[in-house]
Design a protein around this ligand. Structure first.
Ligand SMILES: C[S@@+](CC[C@H](N)C(=O)[O-])C[C@H]1O[C@@H](n2cnc3c(N)ncnc32)[C@H](O)[C@@H]1O
Length: 278
C-alpha cells in the first residue's frame, strides 16, 4: 500500500468512527464495549470498575454515560493541583472524576474529534458546576496541547480506534511534563484476521483496530516513555463479549464468526507509563 492510499484509509476510518460516536451519543443505541441504554449505564460503569461512590458523586445528569472499557483513574495518584489530559473523553465521565481529584487549583482538558460528544461533555461539565474542565476539538494524533504541559494523560477505550497509533504514542510523550505519567484503559488483541480488521462495525466497537499488548508496550517505549506497565488485564470470553457489546444483530453475527474455532483473543488492559526527567 502506498502512502497516498494509506492516507485515504486513515481518513475513512476516522470518519466512520466519528459517525458511530455521533450517532451513539445522539441515540444511545450503538456502543463501543458496552450497552448504552440509559437504564444500563450505571450497571455497565460498575462492571468496568467505577465505584458506587464515584458514580453517585458525579452522575449529575442522566445522560452521562461511559463508552469505556475500564476506569483509568481508579487507584491513580492524581493529586490536587495537577493538570490532566483525557484523550477522547466522550461524554466526560472521566473528566468529572479527574476534576474532583485535581480540585479547583488543578485543570482538566479533554480532546475529542466528535462534535456531538463534545457538546454532551460540555453539558455534563456545566451540570456538574466545575469551572476548570474544558474540551478541545481535535485529534489525539495531533493534540491541540502544548509540549511538556500536563502531569497526566488518561484515556478510556480510545487509542484502539486510532489508525495511527504511533502518532498517538508520540503525542502522549510530547505533551507530558518530564516526570509526568500516562494511565490508560484500552482494548488489545491477538491473531486478528484480515476479515475482522476490515469490519467497520467491529472497528468502531473497539475490536478490529486493536494491537497486541506487546505492540502497545513497544509503541510507548519507542515514543520515549519508560516504566511501561500493565496493571490490569481482562481477557474476554466470547459470550461476555457478545453481551458486553449488546450490539446490533449484524455485530452479533460477526462476533459468532469471531468465536468459531478461532484463536482470536481480545482483552481490556490498564497500562501506565512515565516520561523520564532528562
Ligand atoms: C469508545 S469512546 C470512549 C469515550 C470515553 N473515553 C468513555 O470512556 O466513555 C471513543 C471516543 O473517542 C473519540 N475519538 C476516537 N478517535 C479519536 C481521534 N482519533 N481523535 C480524537 N477523538 C477520537 C470519539 O469521538 C469518542 O468520543
Amino acid at each position: 500500500m502506498n502512502s497516498k492510499e494509506k492516507k485515504i484509509d486513515v481518513k475513512k476510518i476516522r470518519e466512520e468512527v466519528k459517525k458511530t460516536y455521533s450517532e451513539a451519543i445522539s441515540r444511545k443505541n450503538l456502543s463501543c464495549c458496552g450497552s448504552f441504554e440509559e437504564t444500563d449505564c450505571c450497571a455497565k460503569a460498575k462492571d468496568i470498575g467505577y465505584s458506587e461512590e464515584e458514580l453517585n458523586n458525579l452522575l449529575t445528569d442522566s445522560n452521562i454515560t461511559t463508552f469505556g472499557c475500564g476506569n483509568p483513574l481508579a487507584y491513580s495518584e492524581v493529586r490536587e493541583g495537577d493538570i490532566v489530559l483525557d484523550l477522547g473523553p466522550g461524554a466526560g465521565l472521566d473528566l468529572l472524576i479527574a476534576a474532583r481529584k485535581v480540585g479547583p487549583s488543578g485543570q482538566v482538558i479533554g480532546v475529542d474529534m466528535t462534535e456531538e460528544m463534545i457538546s454532551k461533555a460540555e453539558e455534563n461539565i456545566k451540570a456538574a458546576g466545575v469551572k476548570n474542565v474544558e474540551v478541545r476539538k481535535g485529534l489525539i494524533e495531533d493534540l491541540p496541547v502544548k509540549s511538556s504541559s500536563v502531569d497526566w494523560v488518561i484515556s478510556n477505550c480510545v487509542i484502539n480506534l486510532s489508525p495511527e497509533k504511533e502518532k498517538v504514542f508520540s503525542e502522549i510523550s510530547r505533551v507530558l511534563k518530564p516526570g509526568g505519567r500516562m494511565v490508560v484503559s484500552d482494548m488489545v488483541g491477538e491473531n486478528i484476521p484480515e476479515w475482522l480488521r476490515e469490519n467497520k462495525n467491529l472497528y468502531s466497537a473497539c475490536i478490529s483496530g486493536v494491537i497486541s499488548e506487546k505492540e502497545y508496550i513497544s509503541g510507548l517505549l519507542k515514543a520515549g516513555l519508560e516504566k511501561v506497565k500493565v496493571s490490569e488485564r481482562k481477557t474476554y470470553q466470547w459470550d461476555e463479549l457478545e453481551s458486553f457489546i449488546k450490539s446490533t444483530p449484524e455485530i452479533g453475527e460477526d462476533i459468532k464468526r469471531m468465536a468459531k474455532g478461532s484463536d482470536i483473543k481480545v482483552a481490556s488492559i490498564k497500562i501506565s507509563a512515565y516520561k523520564p526527567v532528562l
